[in-house]
Design a protein around this ligand. Structure first.
Ligand SMILES: [Zn+2]
Length: 530
């Protein structure tokens, strides 16, 4: 039987301290449900003492019926001159009403005298009292020893006395924090092992990523005996972020057989990361190990050839094990067999040696010559293949489009309007919309016209828009390639359009984006489609 490791996700507390991250109460509640569904043990969801808005969140969160996870609120030890029961921060933490509280206290003597301006003994009393206060209130108490590793380097005896004070107060778990994120795996491993020998309590770890080793340090801690790991699902957090649980969990579970999540939940990792990234308004970094969009993407023809023979040639784990997909990137660099493998993924009845297969390879080369690039734009590639094989009926047709640039009188601000005439199976509809720029106006007008026919488009939105000029030497006659990334909150897909006119290129990419979504919706409803 593998050793269990309790995972504490702090996306909503430490993660929320990252630059550019903010979520509404509704988004936070949704994130709690996603993390619970994934199967983490603890969800640390806020700091009610420093952020009064978090109290409102905790009062609503208490109505959630969680299946696995316990909600935790985070807060500091009591102030120097106050009894725990009289301290406002301690009271707010109590009012949050969570079954688990995470108390952080100082374990670096330098911080005690420099920042807290308390004596070393006073700080130990503050830790012991605060932990004991919450134990008397019947809470499970996790003690986060802030700056433990830096503290131990400066004064190891004192750092361990801070842990001792929390243990005397009745703490359920002692967590050693690399708050400044500069520690080495060997240092983390040694001190975790030492703490494990000194206390008969579960030892945990909380690592920041300032030296790029937060994941390595967390894994090392578990190898040295830690049974509790804190981090944020996608690694977001203050400065360079926290240990990314999306890498820590599969590494521990797939490679060392520690039990971090209940059986079968690892497959939910990628969908959970995408949803949480979406709700935190922080796009998922494509290079992220295990969960990034290109974590299992293969490009070079020889690599792809080997992967087709046996995926283990260029993959450290199976993408399906974490809910990710293997992607074979299509371009002229890839060999004919790669292209045909992808075509057969779309239309399985196509024979590799057939006349149609040869035509598609030629078509792809021709389109790439015109400036299209389907690598990473699989949605447009699929539509190209289907159109060519006659396996596709367009869901709509844009009969006419007019784009107007508006200049407001007075303040000189500009925006754009789009007017479209769209035909859906013989029914014509005129739609107009304003937007921040012509592409935004076009997108709104198109979806405005189509939502009455296809309500599922209501969830679709653009997440990225890129334009590249292909042959700038031809000045205004140059071609542009437009990339559009869209999402419906669950899946994301990329489409491409090329033209000498940027609006036409954008319209092509937008049309493909919407056609893709409608095609996938129909496929789900009427499987098998072909
Ligand atoms: Zn932290």
């Amino acid at each position: 039987m593998s050793r269990p490791v309790a995972i504490l996700d702090s996306t909503l507390r430490d993660g929320a301290q990252g630059e550019g991250i903010s979520s509404s109460v509704g988004d936070k509640l949704r994130i709690v449900e996603i993390l619970d569904d994934l199967g983490v043990r603890y969800i640390e969801a806020g700091n009610p003492g420093s952020n009064p808005k978090d109290l409102e969140f905790f009062s609503q969160a208490s109505d959630l019926k969680l299946k696995q996870a316990a909600l935790a609120a985070f807060g500091s030890t009591r102030r120097r001159a106050k009894a725990a029961g009289d301290d406002e921060n301690v009271q707010s933490l109590l009012r949050a009403g969570t079954p688990v509280v995470v108390i952080f206290g100082k374990s670096w003597d330098f911080h005690v005298s420099r920042v807290l301006k308390a004596t070393l003994e006073e700080n130990l009393d503050m830790i012991r009292d605060t932990v004991a206060f919450f134990k008397r209130e019947g809470r499970e108490v996790v003690f986060d020893a802030e700056h433990f590793f830096d503290g131990a380097k400066a004064n190891e005896t004192y750092a361990f006395r801070a842990l001792q004070a929390a243990a005397e107060g009745g703490a359920d778990c002692l967590v050693l924090c690399d708050t400044n994120g500069g520690s080495f795996p060997s240092e983390v491993g040694d001190l975790i092992a030492k703490a494990g020998r000194a206390f008969a309590l579960p030892i945990g770890v909380h690592c920041h990523n300032d030296d790029g080793m937060a994941v390595a340090n967390s894994v090392m801690a578990v190898e040295a005996g830690a049974s509790h790991v804190q981090g944020t699902l996608t690694g977001i957090g203050e400065r360079c972020g926290n240990a990314s649980l999306s890498a820590v969990i599969p590494t521990l579970q797939l490679k060392r057989l520690y039990a971090c999540l209940p059986d079968d939940r690892l497959k939910r990792l990628v969908p959970a990361c995408r949803l949480v990234a979406e709700l935190s308004n922080m796009p998922l970094f494509p290079f992220l190990p295990y969960v990034g969009k290109i974590a299992f993407a293969h490009k070079g023809g020889m690599h792809i050839d080997a992967v087709l023979k046996d995926p283990r040639t260029f993959e450290h784990v199976e993408p399906e094990s974490v809910g990710n997909d293997r992607r074979l990137l299509t371009s002229e660099v890839s060999g004919r067999s790669t292209i045909l493998t992808k075509v057969r993924g779309i239309c399985p009845e196509i024979d590799k040696g057939s006349h149609e297969a040869g035509e598609i390879v030629d078509l792809l080369k021709d389109m790439e010559h015109k400036g299209y690039q389907y690598e990473g734009a699989e949605a447009s590639f699929e539509l190209l293949v289907r159109r060519h094989l006659g396996k596709y009926k367009p869901f709509f047709e844009i009969e006419r489009s007019t784009i107007i640039e508006n200049q407001a009188a007075g303040n000189g601000s500009r925006n754009s309007s789009a007017i479209l005439v769209v035909n859906v199976e013989g029914e014509r509809r005129i739609s107009a919309a304003e937007g921040d720029g012509p592409v935004n106006a076009l997108d709104r007008a198109l979806r405005g016209a189509l939502e009455a026919f296809y309500p599922e488009l209501g969830r679709v939105r653009l997440t990225d828009y890129k334009v590249r000029v292909l042959n700038p030497e031809e000045a205004t006659g140059a071609k542009v390639r437009v990339w559009i990334e869209s999402t419906d909150g669950t899946d994301s897909w990329t489409t491409v359009g090329v033209s000498t006119d940027i609006l036409e290129a954008s319209t092509r990419a937008l049309t493909d984006a919407i056609e893709h979504k409608l095609l996938k919706t129909i496929e789900k409803k009427f499987k098998p489609f072909m």
